[in-house]
Design a protein around this ligand. Structure first.
Ligand code: FES
Ligand code: FE2
Length: 460
């Protein structure tokens, strides 16, 4: 941190909910090579990480791999109701057991066992070594304990598969609270991917995630959205995690604010305009059903209908339209919807932007030990009629690919510029908005607990 910073480093308040004071965060966590190296031991080998969806491995023998820095993990379905995770390395001489296909982010396949390509040692789905050529030459030393694949903790929540490399880790459910309880009513496990893309950014993984976890940037980065409404967003510290949402404008409850109902002189028109724009330019946060229902508002409601009535009519008719094709939205108390906000930041690197019939999720992780590079993923989910779920796979999409639309590239344009700016000798550390970016300060407080350095400092 720069000497010129008028900052006193002091103990960060213990209460998770209290991160309302102004904080500053030094640049170490974003740009230091030593810090990036230390993340492997101190962070990534200790935390629960989301590695894929349960529906990606529906049948016994289906597997996928997940790589994080030097570690690679195989997640495999071993029984109709059981999933296991193994380190992706052969016990013989250390060859990676399952290779990642060139240009892909991971491997995905199906098999009865895993055969190492080097000398043919073979493992069953449970990770036991079942074949070793010349086994007798080792005398009786090749015990199951010595030869089986290393075990990794695995569990599921929200439709996702999560792994943890720390044998002493706390249970997933406990780790995820209070996010798990707040998000359970949205039944995210029933949603399926509409699209999922990944990209490599020239910035630290924290810079990438932090570009998507606050609403403070919307007015400047996405000015075209301001004509649809100017809802101020909040951010809260939620223990290890955080969440954000929109403040309710006068006359609207929090639930309505969450949906950023189009404002303007005629909410029927602006709601439809915002839906169409979002659908066409971002293809996130909404569905065809919601868009179609919004387009009918002008026909179905008289001029002058109040904003709250427009919202109710729109959502009710979209819910009905979906029900008619077998897509049942969960029923969630509007108060709970409001409190849950628009998205949750799950420590350390996953964000769930939840809604009743769709969600938008981001994750980011380091690309090797280069602090200036990361792998970023975006995935959009929605509820589908049974049997009509699309089959998708991760697709690499360069930042200038038109399929990203016009809105997300506006966010992308900040990534490398922030990373570069953080290294500028004149930069004195970040100044997150104490109300609208509080989750960022909270994230760094939690991160510092794992890393033992770079805690946010209170601004004086
Ligand atoms: S390294 Fe796998 S069989 Fe030799
Ligand atoms: Fe954005």
């Amino acid at each position: 941190m720069s000497e010129t910073a008028k900052v006193a480093r002091e103990a960060v308040p213990p209460a998770a909910e209290d991160m309302s004071a102004p904080f500053t965060i030094g640049t170490e966590a974003y740009i230091s090579r030593e810090y990036a190296r230390a993340e492997r031991e101190k962070l990534w080998r200790k935390v629960w990480q989301q590695v894929g969806r349960i529906e990606e491995i529906p049948e016994v023998g289906d597997y996928l791999t997940y790589d994080i820095l030097d570690d690679s993990i195989i997640v495999v379905r071993t029984a109709p109701d059981a999933i296991r995770a193994h380190y992706n390395v052969c016990s013989h001489r250390g060859r990676k057991l399952i290779d990642t296909p060139p240009g892909a982010k991971r491997a995905r396949g199906k098999g009865k066992h895993f055969v190492c390509g080097f000398h043919g040692w073979t493992y069953n789905l449970q990770g036991q070594c079942t074949h070793i050529t010349d086994r007798g030459l080792w005398e009786d030393t090749l015990t199951e304990e010595r030869t089986r694949l290393g075990e990794v903790k695995v569990d599921t929540w929200g439709g996702w598969i999560w792994i943890n490399m720390d044998p002493q880790c706390e249970p997933l459910r406990q780790y995820l609270e209070p996010a798990a309880t707040m998000l359970d009513p949205f039944e995210l496990g029933n949603m399926r991917c509409r699209w999922r893309r990944w990209i490599i950014f020239e910035c630290n993984w924290k810079v990438a995630l932090e570009a998507f976890c606050e609403t403070y940037h919307v007015a400047s980065t996405h000015p075209e959205f301001m004509k649809f409404g100017d809802f101020r967003g909040w951010a809260r510290a939620q223990g290890k995690h955080g969440n954000i949402g929109y403040d309710a404008p006068k006359g609207l409850d929090e639930n309505q604010a969450k949906l950023r109902l189009g404002s303007g002189s005629d909410p029927r028109v602006s709601t439809a305009e915002m839906q169409v724009y979002t659908w066409e330019q971002v293809n996130t946060n909404t569905t065809q059903t919601l868009v179609d229902a919004s387009k009918r508002l002008v026909k179905e409601l008289p001029e002058g209908t109040a904003a709250d009535k427009v919202l109710r009519h729109w959502l009710d008719s979209a819910r009905r339209d979906d029900a008619a094709r077998g897509v049942i939205w969960p029923t969630v108390d509007p108060k709970h919807v409001g409190q849950s906000g628009t998205s949750w930041q799950i420590f350390p690197n996953f964000q769930i932007g939840h809604a009743l019939n769709n969600s938008l999720c981001y994750s980011a992780r380091p690309y090797g030990y280069d602090p200036d590079k990361c792998i970023f993923e975006a995935a959009v989910y929605e509820l589908y009629p049974k049997g009509q779920e699309p089959q998708t796979e991760w697709e690499y999409l360069a930042a200038d690919d038109p399929r990203w639309g016009t809105v997300l590239p506006q966010d992308f344009s900040n990534m490398a510029a922030v990373q570069q700016g953080m290294k500028n000798g004149g930069f004195r550390g970040t100044l997150p908005n104490p109300y609208r970016e509080r989750n960022i300060a909270n994230f760094h407080r939690n991160l510092a607990r794992y890393m033992g350095t770079a805690a946010p400092g209170k601004l004086k």
